[in-house]
Design a protein around this ligand. Sequence first.
Ligand SMILES: CC(=O)CC(=O)SCCNC(=O)CCNC(=O)[C@H](O)C(C)(C)COP(=O)(O)OP(=O)(O)OC[C@H]1O[C@@H](n2cnc3c(N)ncnc32)[C@H](O)[C@@H]1OP(=O)(O)O
Ligand SMILES: NC(=O)C1=CN([C@@H]2O[C@H](COP(=O)(O)OP(=O)(O)OC[C@H]3O[C@@H](n4cnc5c(N)ncnc54)[C@H](O)[C@@H]3O)[C@@H](O)[C@H]2O)C=CC1
Length: 288
Amino acid sequence: MKICILGAGTMGSGIAQVFAQNGHEVVLRDIKEEFVEKGYSFIEKNLARMVKKEKITENEKAEILNMIKPTTVLQEAADCDLVVEAAVENMKIKKEIFSELDKICGEKTILATNTSSLSITDIAVSTNRPDKVIGMHFFNPAPVMKLVEIIKGLSTSDETFAAVKELTGSLGKEGVAVEEAPGFVVNRILVPMINEAVGILADGIASAEDIDNAMKLGANHPIGPLALGDLIGLDVCLFIMEILNNEYGDPKYRPHPLLRKMVRGNKLGRKTGEGFFNYREKVLVGAK
Ligand SMILES: CC(=O)CC(=O)SCCNC(=O)CCNC(=O)[C@H](O)C(C)(C)COP(=O)(O)OP(=O)(O)OC[C@H]1O[C@@H](n2cnc3c(N)ncnc32)[C@H](O)[C@@H]1OP(=O)(O)O
Ligand SMILES: NC(=O)C1=CN([C@@H]2O[C@H](COP(=O)(O)OP(=O)(O)OC[C@H]3O[C@@H](n4cnc5c(N)ncnc54)[C@H](O)[C@@H]3O)[C@@H](O)[C@H]2O)C=CC1
Protein backbone atom coordinates (compact mmCIF):
# COMPACT_ATOMS: atom_id res chain seq x y z
CA MET A 1 0.00 0.00 0.00
CA LYS A 2 1.02 3.63 -0.35
CA ILE A 3 0.80 5.53 2.92
CA CYS A 4 1.20 9.25 3.58
CA ILE A 5 2.33 10.36 7.03
CA LEU A 6 1.74 14.02 7.84
CA GLY A 7 4.14 15.43 10.42
CA ALA A 8 7.72 14.17 10.76
CA GLY A 9 7.99 14.81 14.51
CA THR A 10 8.31 12.30 17.34
CA MET A 11 5.28 10.26 16.30
CA GLY A 12 5.19 10.80 12.53
CA SER A 13 8.77 9.62 12.03
CA GLY A 14 8.19 6.54 14.21
CA ILE A 15 4.96 5.67 12.38
CA ALA A 16 6.68 6.14 9.00
CA GLN A 17 9.39 3.70 10.12
CA VAL A 18 6.78 1.12 11.15
CA PHE A 19 5.02 1.22 7.75
CA ALA A 20 8.29 1.18 5.77
CA GLN A 21 9.65 -1.74 7.82
CA ASN A 22 6.52 -3.65 6.85
CA GLY A 23 7.00 -3.12 3.12
CA HIS A 24 4.75 -0.12 2.51
CA GLU A 25 5.66 2.79 0.30
CA VAL A 26 5.69 5.87 2.55
CA VAL A 27 5.46 9.59 1.83
CA LEU A 28 6.64 11.55 4.89
CA ARG A 29 5.47 15.14 4.78
CA ASP A 30 6.15 18.11 7.03
CA ILE A 31 5.75 21.83 6.45
CA LYS A 32 9.47 22.70 6.29
CA GLU A 33 12.46 20.96 4.75
CA GLU A 34 14.37 21.05 8.04
CA PHE A 35 11.53 19.27 9.90
CA VAL A 36 11.36 16.54 7.26
CA GLU A 37 15.14 16.10 7.39
CA LYS A 38 15.08 15.87 11.19
CA GLY A 39 12.39 13.16 11.07
CA TYR A 40 14.20 11.23 8.35
CA SER A 41 17.53 11.30 10.21
CA PHE A 42 15.72 10.12 13.37
CA ILE A 43 14.56 7.07 11.40
CA GLU A 44 18.09 6.56 10.04
CA LYS A 45 19.47 6.58 13.59
CA ASN A 46 16.85 4.10 14.80
CA LEU A 47 17.62 1.75 11.92
CA ALA A 48 21.38 2.11 12.48
CA ARG A 49 20.81 1.03 16.09
CA MET A 50 18.90 -2.01 14.81
CA VAL A 51 21.82 -2.87 12.49
CA LYS A 52 24.24 -2.56 15.40
CA LYS A 53 22.07 -4.93 17.42
CA GLU A 54 21.98 -7.29 14.40
CA LYS A 55 18.18 -7.08 14.16
CA ILE A 56 18.43 -6.01 10.51
CA THR A 57 21.26 -5.97 7.98
CA GLU A 58 22.83 -2.87 6.41
CA ASN A 59 21.04 -3.84 3.15
CA GLU A 60 17.66 -4.06 4.87
CA LYS A 61 18.26 -0.65 6.43
CA ALA A 62 18.90 0.80 2.96
CA GLU A 63 15.77 -0.93 1.60
CA ILE A 64 13.60 0.46 4.43
CA LEU A 65 14.95 3.99 3.92
CA ASN A 66 14.31 3.60 0.19
CA MET A 67 10.62 3.03 0.92
CA ILE A 68 10.36 6.51 2.50
CA LYS A 69 10.03 9.62 0.39
CA PRO A 70 10.51 12.80 2.44
CA THR A 71 8.60 15.81 1.12
CA THR A 72 7.03 19.15 1.96
CA VAL A 73 4.39 18.79 -0.78
CA LEU A 74 0.93 17.84 0.48
CA GLN A 75 -0.17 16.94 -3.07
CA GLU A 76 1.96 13.77 -2.68
CA ALA A 77 -0.92 12.38 -0.58
CA ALA A 78 -3.21 12.35 -3.62
CA ASP A 79 -2.71 8.71 -4.68
CA CYS A 80 -2.20 7.22 -1.21
CA ASP A 81 -4.46 4.47 0.13
CA LEU A 82 -4.17 5.79 3.68
CA VAL A 83 -3.09 9.07 5.24
CA VAL A 84 -2.03 9.08 8.90
CA GLU A 85 -1.99 12.61 10.23
CA ALA A 86 0.51 13.13 13.07
CA ALA A 87 0.83 16.91 12.99
CA VAL A 88 0.56 19.14 16.05
CA GLU A 89 -2.29 18.59 18.54
CA ASN A 90 -4.38 21.55 17.44
CA MET A 91 -7.96 21.19 16.21
CA LYS A 92 -7.83 24.20 13.86
CA ILE A 93 -4.70 22.87 12.13
CA LYS A 94 -6.05 19.30 11.96
CA LYS A 95 -9.33 20.53 10.42
CA GLU A 96 -7.43 22.55 7.81
CA ILE A 97 -5.31 19.50 6.97
CA PHE A 98 -8.33 17.16 6.67
CA SER A 99 -10.31 19.63 4.59
CA GLU A 100 -7.35 19.97 2.20
CA LEU A 101 -6.80 16.19 2.09
CA ASP A 102 -10.47 15.65 1.28
CA LYS A 103 -10.04 17.78 -1.83
CA ILE A 104 -6.82 16.23 -3.11
CA CYS A 105 -7.10 12.53 -2.20
CA GLY A 106 -8.85 9.85 -4.22
CA GLU A 107 -12.34 8.99 -3.00
CA LYS A 108 -11.20 5.63 -1.56
CA THR A 109 -8.41 7.11 0.58
CA ILE A 110 -8.88 6.56 4.32
CA LEU A 111 -7.96 9.60 6.40
CA ALA A 112 -6.66 8.62 9.86
CA THR A 113 -5.49 10.82 12.70
CA ASN A 114 -2.99 9.95 15.42
CA THR A 115 -4.54 12.52 17.78
CA SER A 116 -4.01 11.86 21.50
CA SER A 117 -7.20 13.48 22.65
CA LEU A 118 -9.15 15.41 20.03
CA SER A 119 -12.60 14.43 18.76
CA ILE A 120 -12.51 12.26 15.62
CA THR A 121 -16.10 13.33 14.89
CA ASP A 122 -15.11 17.00 14.99
CA ILE A 123 -12.13 16.40 12.67
CA ALA A 124 -14.34 14.33 10.31
CA VAL A 125 -16.92 17.08 9.79
CA SER A 126 -14.26 19.13 8.01
CA THR A 127 -14.43 16.56 5.17
CA ASN A 128 -17.09 15.19 2.84
CA ARG A 129 -16.10 11.64 3.79
CA PRO A 130 -16.71 11.33 7.55
CA ASP A 131 -17.27 7.58 7.01
CA LYS A 132 -13.60 7.29 5.96
CA VAL A 133 -12.17 9.30 8.86
CA ILE A 134 -10.83 7.33 11.83
CA GLY A 135 -8.45 7.52 14.79
CA MET A 136 -5.31 5.40 14.44
CA HIS A 137 -3.56 6.12 17.72
CA PHE A 138 -0.01 4.80 17.96
CA PHE A 139 2.00 4.92 21.19
CA ASN A 140 5.40 6.45 21.85
CA PRO A 141 7.91 5.11 20.75
CA ALA A 142 5.84 3.89 17.80
CA PRO A 143 8.37 1.31 16.51
CA VAL A 144 8.36 -0.39 19.93
CA MET A 145 4.87 -0.10 21.40
CA LYS A 146 2.48 -2.87 20.34
CA LEU A 147 -0.83 -1.06 20.78
CA VAL A 148 -2.87 0.95 18.31
CA GLU A 149 -6.18 2.36 19.54
CA ILE A 150 -8.57 2.32 16.58
CA ILE A 151 -11.13 5.01 17.30
CA LYS A 152 -14.49 5.30 15.59
CA GLY A 153 -16.02 8.73 15.24
CA LEU A 154 -19.78 9.12 15.04
CA SER A 155 -19.87 8.46 11.27
CA THR A 156 -16.87 6.12 10.79
CA SER A 157 -18.05 3.13 8.74
CA ASP A 158 -17.57 -0.51 9.75
CA GLU A 159 -15.72 -0.97 6.45
CA THR A 160 -13.16 1.72 7.34
CA PHE A 161 -12.74 0.24 10.82
CA ALA A 162 -12.22 -3.27 9.42
CA ALA A 163 -9.61 -2.07 6.88
CA VAL A 164 -7.61 -0.21 9.55
CA LYS A 165 -7.86 -3.11 12.00
CA GLU A 166 -6.53 -5.54 9.40
CA LEU A 167 -3.71 -3.21 8.41
CA THR A 168 -2.76 -2.71 12.08
CA GLY A 169 -2.46 -6.48 12.54
CA SER A 170 -0.28 -6.74 9.44
CA LEU A 171 2.14 -4.24 11.04
CA GLY A 172 2.64 -6.62 13.99
CA LYS A 173 0.56 -4.35 16.23
CA GLU A 174 -2.54 -5.12 18.30
CA GLY A 175 -5.53 -2.92 17.47
CA VAL A 176 -8.18 -2.31 20.12
CA ALA A 177 -11.61 -0.96 19.20
CA VAL A 178 -12.46 2.28 20.97
CA GLU A 179 -15.62 4.39 20.75
CA GLU A 180 -14.75 8.06 20.68
CA ALA A 181 -14.44 9.61 24.14
CA PRO A 182 -12.05 12.16 25.67
CA GLY A 183 -8.63 10.56 26.24
CA PHE A 184 -9.86 7.34 24.62
CA VAL A 185 -8.73 4.44 26.89
CA VAL A 186 -5.01 4.66 27.61
CA ASN A 187 -4.62 8.41 28.02
CA ARG A 188 -7.66 8.67 30.30
CA ILE A 189 -5.83 6.35 32.69
CA LEU A 190 -2.19 7.25 32.03
CA VAL A 191 -2.18 11.04 31.90
CA PRO A 192 -4.14 11.63 35.17
CA MET A 193 -1.60 9.25 36.76
CA ILE A 194 1.25 11.46 35.50
CA ASN A 195 -0.65 14.54 36.76
CA GLU A 196 -0.98 12.86 40.18
CA ALA A 197 2.78 12.16 40.26
CA VAL A 198 3.37 15.87 39.55
CA GLY A 199 1.13 16.67 42.55
CA ILE A 200 3.12 14.29 44.78
CA LEU A 201 6.33 16.05 43.70
CA ALA A 202 4.79 19.49 44.28
CA ASP A 203 3.60 18.45 47.78
CA GLY A 204 7.20 17.51 48.66
CA ILE A 205 6.21 13.93 49.49
CA ALA A 206 9.09 12.40 47.53
CA SER A 207 11.79 13.42 45.03
CA ALA A 208 11.29 12.93 41.29
CA GLU A 209 13.77 10.01 41.31
CA ASP A 210 11.99 8.34 44.25
CA ILE A 211 8.51 8.82 42.79
CA ASP A 212 9.67 7.15 39.58
CA ASN A 213 11.56 4.40 41.36
CA ALA A 214 8.50 3.72 43.51
CA MET A 215 6.31 3.14 40.45
CA LYS A 216 8.99 1.12 38.64
CA LEU A 217 9.72 -1.17 41.55
CA GLY A 218 6.30 -1.14 43.22
CA ALA A 219 4.03 -1.34 40.20
CA ASN A 220 6.40 -2.83 37.59
CA HIS A 221 6.12 0.13 35.23
CA PRO A 222 8.98 0.18 32.67
CA ILE A 223 9.66 3.86 33.44
CA GLY A 224 8.29 6.10 36.17
CA PRO A 225 5.38 8.54 35.61
CA LEU A 226 7.57 11.67 35.58
CA ALA A 227 10.01 10.18 33.05
CA LEU A 228 6.97 9.09 31.04
CA GLY A 229 5.61 12.66 31.09
CA ASP A 230 9.02 13.80 29.81
CA LEU A 231 8.88 11.16 27.05
CA ILE A 232 5.35 12.09 25.93
CA GLY A 233 6.02 15.85 26.24
CA LEU A 234 4.66 17.84 29.19
CA ASP A 235 2.80 20.15 26.77
CA VAL A 236 1.01 17.12 25.30
CA CYS A 237 0.19 15.89 28.86
CA LEU A 238 -1.20 19.31 29.83
CA PHE A 239 -3.26 19.45 26.65
CA ILE A 240 -4.78 16.03 27.36
CA MET A 241 -5.61 17.04 30.96
CA GLU A 242 -7.29 20.21 29.65
CA ILE A 243 -9.41 18.14 27.26
CA LEU A 244 -10.45 15.70 30.02
CA ASN A 245 -11.17 18.60 32.38
CA ASN A 246 -13.19 20.60 29.83
CA GLU A 247 -15.15 17.66 28.42
CA TYR A 248 -16.04 15.95 31.71
CA GLY A 249 -16.02 19.02 33.99
CA ASP A 250 -14.89 16.72 36.79
CA PRO A 251 -12.33 18.28 39.19
CA LYS A 252 -10.42 15.01 39.32
CA TYR A 253 -9.02 16.01 35.91
CA ARG A 254 -7.70 19.42 37.04
CA PRO A 255 -4.20 19.91 35.56
CA HIS A 256 -1.75 20.43 38.40
CA PRO A 257 -0.36 24.00 38.61
CA LEU A 258 3.20 22.60 38.56
CA LEU A 259 2.45 20.93 35.22
CA ARG A 260 1.32 24.31 33.87
CA LYS A 261 4.43 25.98 35.29
CA MET A 262 6.74 23.46 33.58
CA VAL A 263 5.03 24.08 30.24
CA ARG A 264 5.14 27.87 30.67
CA GLY A 265 8.88 27.56 31.38
CA ASN A 266 9.36 25.49 28.19
CA LYS A 267 10.60 22.53 30.25
CA LEU A 268 8.68 20.11 28.10
CA GLY A 269 10.76 16.97 28.65
CA ARG A 270 13.06 15.17 26.23
CA LYS A 271 12.19 17.34 23.25
CA THR A 272 13.51 20.52 24.95
CA GLY A 273 16.32 18.71 26.80
CA GLU A 274 14.75 19.19 30.22
CA GLY A 275 11.55 18.34 32.04
CA PHE A 276 11.35 16.66 35.41
CA PHE A 277 14.73 15.18 34.47
CA ASN A 278 17.65 16.62 32.56
CA TYR A 279 18.44 14.98 29.21
CA ARG A 280 21.36 17.18 28.25
CA GLU A 281 23.77 15.48 30.64
CA LYS A 282 22.54 11.94 29.82
CA VAL A 283 22.94 11.06 33.48
CA LEU A 284 19.45 10.21 34.58
CA VAL A 285 17.32 7.09 34.38
CA GLY A 286 16.04 6.45 30.86
CA ALA A 287 17.79 9.53 29.41
CA LYS A 288 19.23 8.94 25.95
C1 LIG B 1 0.54 10.48 24.70
C2 LIG B 1 -0.20 9.49 23.89
O1 LIG B 1 -1.10 9.87 23.15
C3 LIG B 1 0.03 8.04 24.01
C4 LIG B 1 1.36 7.56 24.44
O2 LIG B 1 2.23 7.38 23.63
S1 LIG B 1 1.57 7.29 26.07
C5 LIG B 1 3.20 6.69 26.22
C6 LIG B 1 3.26 5.20 26.00
N1 LIG B 1 4.61 4.74 26.12
C7 LIG B 1 5.08 4.17 27.25
O3 LIG B 1 4.38 3.96 28.20
C8 LIG B 1 6.56 3.82 27.20
C9 LIG B 1 7.07 3.34 28.52
N2 LIG B 1 8.50 3.06 28.41
C10 LIG B 1 8.95 1.90 27.90
O4 LIG B 1 8.20 1.00 27.57
C11 LIG B 1 10.45 1.78 27.80
O5 LIG B 1 11.05 2.70 28.66
C12 LIG B 1 10.97 2.02 26.35
C13 LIG B 1 10.46 0.91 25.43
C14 LIG B 1 10.57 3.38 25.81
C15 LIG B 1 12.51 2.01 26.38
O6 LIG B 1 12.91 0.81 26.96
P1 LIG B 1 14.22 0.73 27.90
O7 LIG B 1 14.32 -0.69 28.28
O8 LIG B 1 14.14 1.80 28.91
O9 LIG B 1 15.39 1.18 26.95
P2 LIG B 1 16.12 0.37 25.81
O10 LIG B 1 16.65 -0.96 26.29
O11 LIG B 1 17.11 1.33 25.25
O12 LIG B 1 14.99 0.12 24.74
C16 LIG B 1 14.22 -1.06 24.63
C17 LIG B 1 13.98 -1.30 23.16
O13 LIG B 1 13.23 -0.21 22.59
C18 LIG B 1 13.96 0.37 21.51
N3 LIG B 1 13.72 1.82 21.54
C19 LIG B 1 13.81 2.64 22.60
N4 LIG B 1 13.46 3.89 22.24
C20 LIG B 1 13.15 3.85 20.93
C21 LIG B 1 12.71 4.82 19.99
N5 LIG B 1 12.49 6.08 20.33
N6 LIG B 1 12.48 4.41 18.72
C22 LIG B 1 12.69 3.14 18.35
N7 LIG B 1 13.08 2.17 19.20
C23 LIG B 1 13.32 2.52 20.47
C24 LIG B 1 15.40 0.04 21.78
O14 LIG B 1 16.15 0.02 20.60
C25 LIG B 1 15.29 -1.36 22.38
O15 LIG B 1 15.10 -2.30 21.35
P3 LIG B 1 15.52 -3.86 21.55
O16 LIG B 1 14.78 -4.37 22.77
O17 LIG B 1 15.03 -4.48 20.29
O18 LIG B 1 16.98 -3.88 21.72
N1 LIG C 1 4.17 12.67 21.87
C1 LIG C 1 3.50 11.56 22.13
O1 LIG C 1 3.87 10.77 23.02
C2 LIG C 1 2.28 11.22 21.35
C3 LIG C 1 1.66 12.15 20.52
N2 LIG C 1 0.54 11.79 19.81
C4 LIG C 1 -0.10 12.75 18.90
O2 LIG C 1 0.61 12.71 17.66
C5 LIG C 1 0.58 14.01 17.05
C6 LIG C 1 2.01 14.47 16.84
O3 LIG C 1 2.66 14.55 18.09
P1 LIG C 1 4.25 14.63 18.21
O4 LIG C 1 4.87 13.80 17.15
O5 LIG C 1 4.56 14.41 19.64
O6 LIG C 1 4.50 16.19 17.86
P2 LIG C 1 5.82 16.89 17.33
O7 LIG C 1 5.71 18.31 17.75
O8 LIG C 1 7.03 16.10 17.65
O9 LIG C 1 5.62 16.81 15.72
C7 LIG C 1 4.59 17.44 15.04
C8 LIG C 1 5.10 17.77 13.63
O10 LIG C 1 3.98 18.17 12.84
C9 LIG C 1 4.46 19.16 11.96
N3 LIG C 1 3.33 19.89 11.36
C10 LIG C 1 2.68 20.99 11.82
N4 LIG C 1 1.72 21.33 10.95
C11 LIG C 1 1.76 20.44 9.93
C12 LIG C 1 1.03 20.27 8.72
N5 LIG C 1 0.07 21.12 8.38
N6 LIG C 1 1.34 19.22 7.93
C13 LIG C 1 2.33 18.36 8.26
N7 LIG C 1 3.06 18.49 9.39
C14 LIG C 1 2.78 19.50 10.20
C15 LIG C 1 5.40 20.00 12.80
O11 LIG C 1 6.25 20.77 11.99
C16 LIG C 1 6.13 18.91 13.60
O12 LIG C 1 7.29 18.47 12.94
C17 LIG C 1 -0.25 14.90 17.97
O13 LIG C 1 -1.58 14.88 17.53
C18 LIG C 1 -0.10 14.20 19.32
O14 LIG C 1 -1.14 14.49 20.20
C19 LIG C 1 0.02 10.53 19.85
C20 LIG C 1 0.62 9.56 20.60
C21 LIG C 1 1.77 9.84 21.45
